[in-house]
Design a binder for this molecule. Structure first.
Ligand SMILES: *Cc1c(COP(=O)(O)O)cnc(C)c1O
Length: 402
C-alpha cells in the first residue's frame, strides 16, 4: 500500500533570528519578564507592544497559555462564581475548562452547518440562562456571522470574549478577529500560528479590563514595566483589590515570538496556499463535503474540515482507518471515544446535562479534520488527496462490507 511518510505534527524550525534572540536572553540570565537591566524594556513587553500594534488595539498582555488568557479575560471582565457563560458546542476542551476554572458554568450553544455558532440558538440560550458572557471560539478558523452574533450580544447585554486560537491574523469584513469582543484571546502553543511551545496573549481596548488582567496575571506592583497597558498612574484601587493568579509569560518565549510575529502574514499566505491546494483536490472526492466559508471571512489556514454526510458510521470508521494505514492521521469527531484534540462536548462530563444540541450531534457524527504543517508542500497535498481517495474507494466498496 502506498503511504505518506512525513509527520503531520512536524513544525518548521524557529527562524534563526528567534534562536539568536533566545540565546541572548539566556546569556543575560534575565528570563523573568520584570527582571530588567537599567533602561531595558524586556522581550515580553516588546512582544506585547508589537502584538497590539499589529492587531490595531491599545493593549496586549502575554501570558502562560491560550487557555489561561481565556480565564484571565473572564475574570478581568467580571465573572462571578456560578455565572452562566455561553460557548459554542463545537470547541476545544480548554474553552469549557477555562470557564470552569474561572468559576463559571459553561452553557453550550448549537452550531450551523458551517460549524459556526447558531445566532438563533445563542439568543435562545441567552433567554434561558440570562448569561452575561459569551466565550466565542472561532473554531478551526471558521468565523460565523459576526453581525448577527454581535446583535444578539447587544440585545441581551452579553459581554463577548473571542477565542482566536485558530484565527490569529484572520479578519471578518476587514476587521481583525479578536477586535469584535471586549477581549481577544490568542494561543502561541506549538500547533497554532506562532510557536513558543506554550503561551497566550490577551488583547483589549478597555483600560479597566487591561488593568485587572495585568494584576491578575501576576504583575506584583510592576505594572509600570508594560508597554501596551494603561498608564501606571491609573491603577488606583485595582492594584490593591485584584488577586495575583500567577500566569506570566517569560522573556525567553517572548524572544522567540517577536521575530515570528513579523512573519505572520507570510505564514498566512503559505498556509492558505497549502489548504487551498488540498481543498481543491478534495472537492472532487465523493462524498466529501467541505465546510463553506462566510464570504466576509478573511481566512488564515489552521486546519481543514469536511463532512461525510452520506456515509454510515462503519464506512467512516473504515475510511479513517484506511487513511491512518496510509500515514494520514485524520481526526473524526464521530469516534465513540475522544482521542487527541477531537474532544466532543459529551466528553466534558463535568458540565452535567447539556441543552439539546441537535445540529452539533448530527454534524459532529460525520465531521473530519486534518491539519497541515508548513513543512509540507503542494506535492504533499496532492499525494495526501490521492491516498484519501484510495482510502475512500476501499471504505465504500460494496464488496467490502463485513
Ligand atoms: C489551543 C486552543 C486553546 C487553548 O490554547 P492553549 O495555548 O493550548 O491553552 C483554546 N481554544 C482553542 C479553540 C484552541 O484550539
Amino acid at each position: 500500500m502506498r503511504r505518506f511518510d512525513k509527520s503531520f505534527t512536524q513544525q518548521e524550525p524557529l527562524p534563526e533570528e528567534a534562536i539568536e534572540a533566545a540565546v541572548e536572553v539566556m546569556r543575560s540570565g534575565r528570563l523573568h519578564r520584570y527582571n530588567l537591566a537599567d533602561g531595558e524594556k524586556g522581550e515580553t513587553a516588546l512582544f506585547e507592544k508589537a502584538f497590539a500594534e499589529q492587531l490595531g488595539v491599545p493593549y496586549a498582555l502575554a501570558c502562560a497559555s491560550g487557555g489561561y488568557s481565556l480565564q484571565l479575560a473572564l475574570r478581568a471582565c467580571g465573572i462571578e462564581q456560578g455565572d452562566a457563560v455561553l460557548c459554542n458546542a463545537f470547541t476545544l476542551s480548554p474553552v469549557p475548562g477555562s470557564i470552569h476554572a474561572a468559576g463559571g458554568r459553561a452553557v453550550l450553544v448549537d452550531i450551523l452547518d458551517d460549524t459556526t455558532v447558531d445566532p438563533m440558538d445563542l439568543a435562545e440560550a441567552a433567554r434561558e440562562t440570562e448569561a452575561r458572557f459569551f466565550l466565542l471560539s472561532h473554531m478551526r478558523g471558521h468565523i460565523g456571522d459576526m453581525e448577527a452574533i454581535m446583535a444578539v450580544c447587544e440585545t441581551h447585554g452579553i459581554t463577548l470574549i473571542e477565542d482566536c486560537a485558530h484565527t490569529m491574523g484572520a479578519a471578518y469584513a476587514g476587521r481583525p478577529s479578536g477586535t469584535f469582543g471586549k477581549a481577544g484571546c490568542f494561543s502561541t502553543q506549538t500547533y497554532k500560528h506562532l510557536n513558543s511551545g506554550e503561551g497566550g496573549v490577551l488583547t483589549t481596548g478597555d483600560p479597566e479590563v487591561m488593568r485587572r488582567a495585568v494584576m491578575l496575571s501576576g504583575s506584583y506592583m510592576l505594572f509600570d514595566r508594560h508597554l501596551a497597558a494603561p498608564d501606571p498612574e491609573s491603577y488606583g484601587d485595582v492594584r490593591l483589590m485584584t488577586p495575583n493568579m500567577s500566569g506570566r509569560m517569560d522573556n525567553l518565549r517572548a524572544a522567540v515570538l517577536r521575530p515570528q510575529l513579523a512573519e505572520l502574514q507570510r505564514r498566512k499566505r503559505r498556509w492558505n496556499a497549502l489548504y487551498h491546494r488540498l481543498e481543491t483536490r478534495l472537492e472532487g472526492l465523493h462524498p466529501v463535503r467541505l465546510i463553506r466559508r462566510h464570504e466576509k471571512e478573511e481566512f488564515v489556514g489552521s486546519s481543514l474540515q469536511f463532512l461525510l454526510p452520506t456515509l454510515s458510521h462503519d464506512q467512516i470508521a473504515r475510511f479513517v482507518s484506511g487513511c491512518e494505514a496510509r500515514g494520514i492521521p485524520l481526526k473524526w469527531y464521530g469516534k465513540p471515544l475522544p482521542e487527541d484534540y477531537t474532544s466532543r462536548y459529551d466528553s466534558w462530563g463535568y458540565l452535567g446535562t447539556n441543552r439539546p444540541l441537535p445540529n452539533a450531534d448530527r454534524l459532529l457524527a460525520t465531521l473530519c479534520d486534518l491539519r497541515l504543517p508548513l513543512t509540507f508542500d503542494n506535492e504533499d497535498c496532492d499525494f495526501i488527496a490521492q491516498l484519501m481517495s484510495d482510502a475512500m474507494e476501499q471504505a465504500t466498496d460494496k464488496t467490502n462490507t463485513p
